[in-house]
Write a new protein. Structure first.
Length: 684
């Protein structure tokens, strides 16, 4: 810290020069081939630029197994022009390009920071597009890549003009302007540490606040250099930094953040407060069982295993707790699973009411079930938080989702969520980026595990985060699961509630009484239907019961409730179905073992798998390998390709287990388990 405070730091000069060529990402593959071969295109608006370039096209998922400057070999490898993929390994870097130009919605899709990092490592310093997606644009700015929607710059760049910095900062707020002027988030934070910049003071007058706003106000950083936090009030739109209580990341992100640490801070420097940082080896533990031979032959399994090694090394160097993988045993040294999925462990052991938690994963809101503000961030934000313990924020507006009435028997939090996701307000994307507070008697009646299904799936809502007011159930959980003295647990609830007149941008009410067991049709979690509305019998090939969403203790209770009834009746999983049950953590496994669930699962023929993200991230037993395979799964999202190329229906734990027994998608009806011959295949 002391060496950083005295490190020489300058703002960028008032104008910048971009020495290098301009690459137009065109629809016409021939134009791309010509540029990559050395020809500079004369710009005319008649050239049709590619729209909707996703981060998946900039860096396809398997490229994200790389985490360092090697990524500079790969930008645009997945870019489709016509029916071709014209960019090959190394071609952008070798082309000497400094500017990359495309059409509308540049950088849509996944928030992966590997995409702009690959671009910058290939030499790209300026991205020009008709419009640019928010997260990708922020990631660019954090990494020091300039962005613009002004195509008139192209002529000036051609003439070799220096471009005033003000062109890139015009219209930006103070913080973003500072990040651009200092050349990235790390440099800006260094300026904060050195007292060279002051984040504008938030002076919101007295107002009623939501639970989330109260938590954000308590954690508001007023002076980083003086270590001062807390303001009385915040309101939507306030910008600044909030102090985090916990920061965690997994093997997909930690290695790249570690590279940033080495390059920007220094290999031998120590992270601030390592006791509040956690790492997880959870996403790719079983990858070797799911990766195709073709990819293995390309060496990608070895590359992916590097992620594990790099994370382990950094954790050991820094004294950071790593929830790792179980020891590899046997002739083939195949991994046996993880200690825990990150979100499962956060909720089980670490999250507390009123905290702010950041994680390198979109389902970080899982811990909101505990009554805290938990949200996902990118690699640069995680890396910076190792230094500053804080994270940049603009207070989002809030949406209140109330679930009222008594749900019929067998209706779970997953059914609540599939109903919420098909609500027009949510389905049309109006909740994107907002804080979702779940409330109402049907939510209060849920256990903490079931509440976590709802806060976890705030990610599918597209929300900034989701949370639920902590209450007696929270206290009971802390006492029962963590052995916390009751008085201490009750102390955490102090002032943690939304004011009765707090402002919500929208209030949605869901009637639990009217719900019936639901599924979401393949393609999107918002494709929810009552099973009774399916209109046809959908046969099942795979049933998957696991993940952070559905690998908790109460999920195991639900699987066991259905399967015990079958076991007692002498029934087994349908002969055409493979049924996988995977725990969210070793704690959950011990719980299931202690209650005799493993015997029940085995008796009916389910395959039991050690904890890991596994099939949920297309990296473990339970994935599909062709388009025709039909899966019913208790996971949280079913975007195309999520768990393989097949058709994936989302459902509750009860429905998943009942369907595995029946061989087709069916709701669980106690005492009515039956194995029925299947007659209808769904349309591919
Ligand atoms: S289980 Fe699935 S949703 Fe949960 S963290 Fe892992 S990959 Fe993400």
């Amino acid at each position: 810290m002391e060496s950083l405070k005295s490190r020489k730091l300058e703002k960028l000069p008032p104008s910048v020069r971009f020495d290098g060529r301009i690459l137009f990402l065109t629809e016409d593959p021939a134009l791309l081939h010509r540029q990559l071969a050395g020809e500079d295109l004369a710009w005319t608006p008649a050239i049709k630029l590619r729209d909707d370039i996703s981060t998946d096209e900039i860096t396809p998922a398997y490229i994200c197994y790389y985490y360092d400057e090697t990524l500079g070999q790969f930008p645009y490898l997945g870019l489709k022009a016509g029916s071709e993929f014209p960019v090959v390994r190394g071609s952008v870097k070798q082309g000497g390009f400094a500017v990359s130009v495309s059409g509308k919605r540049r950088g849509k899709g996944s928030s992966r920071e590997q995409s702009p990092y690959a671009e910058t490592m290939a030499g790209i310093r300026l991205v020009i597009a008709e419009n640019i997606e928010r997260i990708y644009r922020e990631n660019c700015q954090n990494l020091g890549i300039f962005t613009s929607t002004d195509f008139s710059l192209l002529e000036r760049l051609r003439r070799g003009e220096a471009i005033p910095l003000s062109v890139f900062t015009a219209g930006e707020g103070d913080i973003t302007r500072g990040i651009i002027e200092y050349g990235g988030l790390f440099q800006y934070n260094l300026a904060r540490l050195q007292g060279k910049v002051r984040v504008p003071v938030v002076a919101t007058p007295k107002r009623p606040m939501t639970l989330a706003e109260k938590i954000l106000a308590r954690h508001w950083v007023t002076d980083l250099a003086a270590d001062a936090i807390g303001v009385p009030y915040v309101k939507p739109g306030d910008e600044g930094f909030v102090r985090t209580d916990i920061r965690f990341s997994h093997e997909y992100v930690t290695p790249m953040a570690a590279i940033f640490w080495r390059d920007y801070v220094g290999q031998d420097e120590k992270v601030v407060d390592p006791g509040s940082i956690f790492f997880f080896r959870d996403h790719l533990t079983f990858l070797e069982l799911a990766m195709t031979d073709e990819r293995k032959a390309e060496g990608l399994l070895d590359v992916a295993l590097e992620l594990k090694k790099k994370q382990e090394e950094f954790a050991a160097d820094q004294g950071i707790h790593l929830y790792g993988e179980l020891p590899r045993l046997g002739r083939n040294m195949v991994a046996l699973g993880s200690e825990a999925i990150c979100h499962s462990k956060m909720l089980e052991q670490h999250a507390l009411p009123g905290q702010i938690i950041i994680g390198s994963d979109s389902h970080t809101p899982h811990s909101g079930a505990m009554g805290c503000v938990a949200f996902g961030v990118g690699t640069t934000a995680i890396f910076n938080s190792w230094l500053t313990k804080d994270v940049r924020i603009k207070v989002p507006p809030s949406v209140l989702i109330k679930v009222v009435g008594h749900p019929p028997k067998g209706i779970t939090a997953k059914d609540f969520m599939l109903q919420i996701l098909r609500h027009p307000y949510v389905k049309s994307g109006k909740a994107i980026g907002k804080i979702v507070e779940y409330a109402g008697p049907a939510v209060q009646a849920l256990s903490i595990d079931e509440r976590a299904t709802m806060t976890n799936m705030a990610a599918e809502v597209g929300a900034f985060t989701g949370l639920i007011q902590p209450d007696e159930k929270t206290v009971d959980f802390l006492v029962r699961e963590r052995g916390m003295p009751r008085a201490e647990a009750e102390g955490y609830l102090d002032a943690l509630f939304s004011d009765s007149d707090a402002e919500y941008e929208e209030v949605i009410t869901i009637d639990a009484e009217a719900l019936r067991p639901m599924v979401a049709l393949p393609g999107d979690p918002g494709n929810g239907l009552f099973i009774s509305e399916l209109g046809k019998q959908v046969k099942v090939d795979i049933a998957y019961a696991g993940s952070c969403t559905a690998g908790k203790k109460e999920d195991m209770d639900m699987y066991a409730r259905v399967l015990k009834e079958a076991a007692d009746a002498g029934q087994r999983i349908h002969s055409d179905v493979k049924f996988y049950i995977q725990f969210g953590s070793q704690d959950v496994k011990r719980y299931a073992e202690g209650r005799g669930y493993l015997d029940i699962f085995r008796k009916v023929g389910a395959e039991i798998i050690e904890p890991s993200c596994g099939a949920c991230i297309n990296a473990g037993p339970g994935v599909s390998y062709d388009r025709e395979t039909v899966t019913v799964s208790a996971i949280n999202r079913n975007f195309p390709g999520r768990s393989g190329p097949g058709q994936l229906y989302l459902a509750s734990p009860y429905t998943t287990a009942a369907s595995a027994l029946a061989g087709y998608i069916t709701a669980w009806e106690p005492q009515r388990i039956e194995s029925t011959p299947r007659t209808v295949r769904p349309a591919p």
